[in-house]
Design a protein around this ligand. Structure first.
Ligand SMILES: O=C(O)[C@H](O)[C@@H](O)[C@H](O)[C@H](O)COP(=O)(O)O
Length: 290
């Protein structure tokens, strides 16, 4: 089938390759002139036969919102938009309603797999009507991994991005657990071969996983991670997961702690710990470091 794909960066570009390799036609648009097949959204829409399916794979937030608004002006009743970016789930229903007033369908699809997805396949978490899911199924089939798993129609519009948000919250917690275990092993006088321990866990162990494989790969390149700074960014999914935990009063100890640890990583000197040191000095006369 034909697909319009907007955003041909690290994710979208690889996805286009995988969809084409499965025998589909992709008409791609990107802001970078060297990557794209068409030079405007209007040209992309023109090149597709109706009813059209257009997938947005651009950064979440303002860019996705304005791209979908422009598509809403250019597409016709019967066409379908799929947002595959890491949008916030609360954006989905209002978008779907705006587009529905013009007869345009909308689905959200959480996409996991990072830069490895083109070879391994992408895990897809879809929210939308069964009819729209069926329309896009050949594209989902092309993107998902070859095996039994890697796809869920999670529920109505919003459910795909919600599922991806929770997936990313879990990702934060798993990464943090590996990271803390690594720090403890490195600090201890008991274990000499820390990279070897992680490597050994890749087979047979209870904690074997793709994240562990990737951590082992990172340690192969830099056994003490000496080339990196202890600084980690976040792009929103972890914060939304914790917001939801507060809204629903669900205890999310590990994920919340993992998120806060990232915030802490950006503080060269912790203001809160200065306050703790000041208070210890005030009530106990304990020494402080200035
Ligand atoms: O499942 C995935 O493929 C990843 O989760 C992917 O979506 C991306 O790498 C994260 O959005 C990074 O998220 P943070 O910037 O919040 O760590």
């Amino acid at each position: 089938m034909q697909l319009g794909l907007i955003g041909l960066g690290r994710m979208g570009g690889n996805m286009a390759d995988r969809i084409r390799a499965a025998g589909h036609e992709v008409v791609g648009f990107d802001h970078h002139p060297d990557k794209r097949d068409v030079s405007s959204l209007a040209e992309l829409v023109e090149k597709l036969a109706a009813p059209r399916v257009v997938w947005t794979m651009v950064p979440a937030g303002e860019i996705t919102e304005s791209t979908i608004d422009q598509l809403g002006e250019l597409l016709s009743a019967g066409d379908l938009i799929i947002d595959g970016g890491n949008s916030k789930f609360t954006d989905d229903k209002p978008r779907a309603d705006r587009l529905a007033s013009k007869g345009i369908g909308y689905m959200d699809c959480g996409v996991s797999g990072g830069i490895w997805g083109s070879q391994n396949g992408y895990a897809l978490m879809v929210g939308g009507d069964a009819k729209n899911v069926a329309t896009a199924m050949p594209i989902f089939e092309a993107l998902k991994p070859a095996g039994e798993f890697g796809f869920v129609h999670a529920g109505p519009v919003g459910a795909g991005h919600y599922t991806k948000m929770v997936h990313n919250g879990i990702e934060y917690g798993m990464m943090q657990a590996f990271a803390e275990g690594w720090e403890l092993l490195e600090a201890s006088e008991y274990v000499d071969n820390v990279p070897g321990a992680f490597k050994s866990w890749r087979e047979g162990s209870v904690v074997k996983s793709w994240l562990l494989d990737l951590f082992d790969r990172a340690l192969d390149g830099d056994p003490e991670l000496g080339k990196l700074k202890g600084y980690a960014e976040d792009t929103g999914e972890g914060r939304w997961t914790v917001d939801e935990a507060v809204r629903l009063a669900v205890p999310l100890h590990v994920i919340a702690a993992s998120l806060f640890t990232r915030f802490e990583s950006r503080q060269p000197d912790s203001p809160a710990m200065k306050a703790v040191a000041a208070l210890r000095q005030q009530f106990g006369g304990h020494a402080v470091v200035s």
